[in-house]
Ligand binder design. Structure first.
Ligand SMILES: Nc1ncnc2c1ncn2[C@@H]1O[C@H](COP(=O)(O)OP(=O)(O)OP(=O)(O)O)[C@@H](O)[C@H]1O
Ligand SMILES: Nc1nc2c(ncn2[C@@H]2O[C@@H]3COP(=O)(O)O[C@H]3[C@H]2O)c(=O)[nH]1
Ligand SMILES: Nc1nc2c(ncn2[C@@H]2O[C@@H]3COP(=O)(O)O[C@H]3[C@H]2O)c(=O)[nH]1
Length: 705
C-alpha cells in the first residue's frame, strides 16, 4: 500500500519543469498546473484507498463465506479449518460448588430506573439471556454494580481470564483484535458475555474511547441466581402439582418428572385457549386465573357457558383421550390465565394416557439399566493383587495422553512387565486454582463404583505433595479420536459399533444416576479386542434421584447441550444430546456445530439442529437419529422418554445389530487394533516430556485419595 503511493508521487515529480528558467507568469501557470496535478493525485489516491478498503472487505467476506461453506457444505476445507478439525477438543467447566455450601447473598446495588431499563434492554438482546423470565432479569439487574474507566483504559484485555459480563452505560468503546480496532461498542450493549458461562480467556480487548461507565455482572452471581430461581420454580411447580386433585395420589418422584416436562403459557383475557371442533394436542392444568368453558350448538351462533374452571383444575383431556376434535371452547377470563401444558408426545411417553393417570397409582420405580446386562453395580471395587502396591513400585513406559490438569502414562510394575496400567496424574495446585476439587473427587468416587465392560476401570488412587494419581486399566487400542483423524470418517458399520458401546456405557451410568457430560471421540478408547470403553470421568456427576438437576457448566464446546449453554439446569439428557453430536462427528468427520470461537459454537447450538446441513454420506435414517437425539428441548430427546435408552437401541439405524452379542463380547469388533505386547504404546501419539514441575500443594483437600 505505502509502496504504491510512493511510486505515484515519484512518477508525477518526473514531469516538473525547471522553475529557475521561467517567468513569473509562467511560474504561476506551472503552480496552477502543479496544483491541479496534486488535486488529481489526491483524488487518485482517495480512489485507491477506497478500492483497497473494498478489496479488504471483499477478501474478508470471501474468507467468511469459505469458512461457512466448509463447515456447512463440506467443500474443500481451508488450511485453518482442517487444522481446527485435527485439534483435540478440550473440555471446559465452571467452578464446582459444593451442595452443602449455603449460597452467599450478593448485595443489591441501587440504580436509577433509567439505568435499570438500559441494562434490561441490553440483557434481553443477548442470546444467552433473552429467554430469562422477568424475575430472573430483575434479580440480575439488582446485583450488577458500576465500574468507571478513563479514556484509553482497557476494560478487558485479550487472553485474561474472564469473570464478569459488562453492559455499557455511558461512553463508547473500541474492540481490538491483533492491534486493530475491529468494532465499537456503545451504550446499552453487552460485552464479555462468555465469562458468565465459565472461566475462559477473553477473545478480544475492549478499550474505553472516552470516560465510560459499565455495569458489571459477576459469573458467580449470575449462576447463583439462575440456580436458585430454577430450583425455586421447580419446587413451586411440584408443590402446585401436589395440590392438583387429579395428581394428589402420585408420588413425588413422578410429580418431579411431570413438572420437568410441563411448559408454562400465559393467555390474555378473552383468548380462546381451546376452540371447539378444532384438532388438539395439548393437555392443560390451570396454574393461575380462571377460564370459562363454552359450547356452540349445531346451527347456532350463540355460545353457551358450561362453567368456569379455577386454579388447579385441568382441561383438554377429552380430545386427547378420544383422539377427536375439541368438544368445547375454553376462554381465558379477567385478568388472563396461566396454564401448565403438556404436549401429546411427552404426555404419552411419561404417563401413558390420561385414563392411566386418572385410575392408576404410581409407585416409586428407581431407574435401572433398561435391559438385563452383564454389568452389575458394585461399590468400593477391590483389587487384592494391587493391595500392597505403592506408587514407587511402578515405572513409566510412555506418556499416552495429556489433559487439562496433567497427563496419563502407560506404567508397569518394576517387578512384573507382563501387565500394564494407565496412570493418570493430576497437578494438585492447578486443580485448586481452577476450583476443580469436587470434579476430581467425582471422577474417583464414580469410577470406583463402576463395573461395566464399557467403562475403563479404576483400580486404585495415590497422592503425593504435587499430584493425585489414578491407576486405571490400560486400553492399548488408542483413542477413537485418533482413528477418526486417520480415516477422516467412519462407515456406518464402525460408527454403529462405537455408538452401541457408548449406549451400553450410558445405560449403565444413568442406571446409577450418573450423568457423564463429556462424550467425545477423545474419551473413547479401544481395548485390545477393539471394544470401546469410556474414560475420563472428570465431569461425571451422581445426581440426586427425584429428577434433580445440576448447574455447573461442564463439557466440550462442540458437544454441550443448549440447556447447559443457557444455564437452565441439566441432567442425563445432555448425554443424549452429545450422543447425537458423536454420531454426526463419526460419520461426517466434523461436528455439526462449529466455529472459531466457543461463542460462535454456542450460538450455532442455540439455533438448533434444524439449521445444520447434513453430508451426503448420512442418509435420512441416520439424520433422523441425530435429530431425535439433538432436540433442543431435553425432554423430547430419544433415550430420555418413557421407553428409555431402549428406544435408541430399537432405532432403525441399529437394525440387525447384535446387542446381546455386544454385551457378552462375543461379536467381532469392526476395528481390531494392533498391539504387540502389554507395553506397546504405538496406538497413541507421542507426547514430549512435561518440563513443568508443579509446586507443592498441601491444603489437604485430597485426604480421601
Ligand atoms: N485407561 C486408559 N488407557 C489408555 N489411555 C488412557 C486411559 N485413560 C486416559 N488415557 C489417555 O489419556 C488421555 C487423557 O486422559 P483424560 O481424558 O482422562 O485426561 P484429562 O486430564 O481429564 O483430559 P481433559 O482435560 O482433556 O479432559 C485420553 O484421551 C487417552 O488418550
Ligand atoms: N461488538 C463486538 N464485540 C466483540 C467483537 N469481538 C469480541 N467482542 C466482545 O469483546 C469481548 C472480549 O471478551 P470476551 O471474549 O469475554 O467477549 C468479547 C465480546 O463480548 C466484535 O467483533 N464486535
Ligand atoms: N365437552 C365439555 N368439555 C368441558 C366441560 N367442562 C370442561 N371441559 C373441558 O373443555 C375441554 C375442551 O377441549 P377437549 O374436548 O379436549 O376437553 C374439554 C374438557 O377438558 C364440559 O362441560 N363439557
Amino acid at each position: 500500500y505505502a509502496g504504491s503511493r510512493k511510486t505515484t508521487v515519484e512518477s508525477a515529480r518526473s514531469g516538473v519543469p525547471d522553475l529557475k528558467m521561467t517567468s513569473t507568469a509562467a511560474t504561476s501557470a506551472v503552480v496552477s498546473e502543479l496544483t491541479r496535478d496534486v488535486e488529481r493525485l489526491k483524488a487518485a489516491m482517495d480512489e485507491k484507498d477506497r478500492t483497497i478498503e473494498q478489496l479488504g472487505r471483499a477478501v474478508e467476506d470471501i474468507r467468511n463465506m469459505l469458512e461457512n461453506a466448509v463447515s456447512n457444505q463440506f467443500l474443500v476445507p481451508s488450511p485453518q479449518s482442517s487444522q481446527h478439525r485435527l485439534d483435540k477438543k478440550k473440555g471446559v467447566s465452571g467452578e464446582c460448588s459444593t451442595s452443602s455450601e449455603t449460597p452467599k447473598p450478593f448485595p443489591k446495588q441501587s440504580k436509577p430506573i433509567k439505568t435499570k431499563h438500559l441494562i434490561k434492554q441490553a440483557l434481553c438482546k443477548n442470546q444467552f439471556l433473552k429467554n430469562l423470565n422477568t424475575n430472573q432479569i430483575s434479580e440480575i439487574v439488582d446485583v450488577m454494580y458500576p465500574k468507571d474507566f478513563e479514556a484509553g483504559a482497557y476494560v478487558i484485555r485479550k487472553g485474561d481470564p474472564g469473570c464478569c459480563l459488562y453492559v455499557a452505560d455511558e461512553g463508547k468503546f473500541d474492540v481490538i483484535q491483533s492491534g486493530r480496532v475491529v468494532d465499537s461498542i456503545g451504550p446499552g450493549e453487552v460485552f464479555g458475555e462468555m465469562a458468565i458461562l465459565y472461566n475462559c480467556p477473553r477473545t478480544a480487548s475492549v478499550r474505553a474511547i472516552e470516560d465510560v461507565r459499565v455495569w458489571t455482572l459477576e459469573r458467580v452471581a449470575y449462576q447463583q441466581i439462575m440456580k436458585t430461581s430454577a430450583m425455586r420454580r421447580f419446587d413451586e411447580r411440584v408443590g402446585f402439582l401436589k395440590s392438583v386433585p387429579l395428581m394428589k395420589d402420585l408420588n413425588e418422584e413422578f410429580l418431579s418428572k411431570i413438572a420437568d416436562v410441563l411448559k408454562e403459557e400465559f393467555y390474555p383475557e378473552g383468548h380462546y385457549i381451546i376452540k371447539q371442533d378444532t384438532l388438539g394436542d395439548k393437555f392443560y392444568i390451570l396454574s393461575e386465573g380462571r377460564v370459562k368453558v363454552t359450547k356452540t350448538n349445531k346451527g347456532e351462533d350463540e355460545e353457551e357457558e358450561f362453567g368456569v374452571l379455577e386454579q388447579g383444575e385441568f382441561f383438554g383431556e377429552v380430545a386427547l383421550l378420544k383422539k377427536d376434535k375439541r368438544t368445547a371452547n375454553v376462554v381465558a377470563m379477567h385478568p388472563g390465565a396461566e396454564c401448565l401444558t403438556l404436549d401429546r408426545e411427552p404426555f404419552v411417553h411419561f404417563i401413558g394416557n390420561l385414563e392411566e393417570l386418572k385410575n392408576k397409582k404410581y409407585t416409586e420405580h428407581p431407574r435401572k439399566p433398561s435391559v438385563q446386562s452383564t454389568v452389575e453395580i458394585k461399590t468400593n471395587t477391590f483389587y487384592p493383587e494391587l493391595f500392597r502396591v505403592e506408587l514407587t513400585d511402578f515405572e513409566t513406559v510412555a506418556t499416552i495422553g495429556v489433559g487439562g490438569f496433567g497427563r496419563v502414562d502407560l506404567v508397569c510394575l518394576k517387578l512384573d512387565k507382563s501387565r500394564s496400567y494407565a496412570m493418570k496424574k493430576l497437578k494438585k495446585q492447578q486443580i485448586v486454582d481452577m476450583q476443580q476439587q469436587e470434579h476430581v473427587y467425582n471422577e474417583k468416587t464414580i469410577l470406583e463404583s463402576c463395573t461395566s465392560p464399557f467403562i475403563g476401570k479404576l483400580y486404585k488412587t495415590y497422592k503425593d505433595n504435587r499430584y493425585v494419581y489414578m491407576l486405571m486399566e490400560a486400553c492399548l487400542g488408542g483413542e477413537v479420536w485418533t482413528l477418526l483423524r486417520d480415516r477422516k470418517c467412519f462407515d456406518d458399520n464402525a460408527a454403529c459399533f462405537v455408538i452401541a458401546c457408548v449406549v451400553e456405557a450410558l445405560d449403565y451410568l444413568h442406571g446409577i444416576d450418573v450423568v457423564y457430560r463429556d462424550l467425545k471421540p477423545e474419551n473413547l478408547l479401544l481395548d485390545r479386542q477393539g471394544f470401546v470403553k469410556l474414560v475420563d470421568f472428570g465431569f461425571a456427576k451422581r445426581l440426586q434421584p427425584r429428577g434433580k438437576k445440576t448447574w455447573t457448566f461442564c463439557g466440550t464446546p462442540e458437544y454441550v447441550a443448549p440447556e447447559v449453554v443457557l444455564n437452565k439446569g441439566h441432567d442425563r439428557a445432555v448425554d443424549f444430546w452429545a450422543l447425537g453430536i458423536l454420531v454426526y462427528k463419526l460419520l461426517a468427520g466434523i461436528p455439526p456445530f462449529s466455529g472459531n470461537e466457543p461463542m460462535d459454537i454456542y450460538n450455532a447450538i442455540l439455533k438448533g439442529i434444524g439449521a445444520v446441513n447434513f453430508p451426503r454420506q448420512m442418509n435420512k435414517m441416520t439424520q433422523g437419529l441425530v435429530k431425535q437425539l439433538c432436540r433442543s428441548d431435553p425432554t423430547e430427546r430419544i433415550g430420555y422418554q418413557k421407553g428409555g435408552i431402549q428406544d435408541i437401541r430399537r432405532h432403525e439405524w441399529f437394525k440387525g445389530f447384535d446387542w446381546t452379542g455386544l454385551r457378552n463380547k462375543n461379536i467381532i469388533p469392526p476395528i481390531v487394533p494392533h498391539i504387540n505386547n502389554p507395553l506397546d504404546s504405538s496406538n497413541f501419539d507421542i507426547y514430549p516430556e512435561d518440563g513443568d514441575v508443579p509446586p507443592d500443594e498441601s491444603s489437604g483437600w485430597d485426604s480421601e485419595f
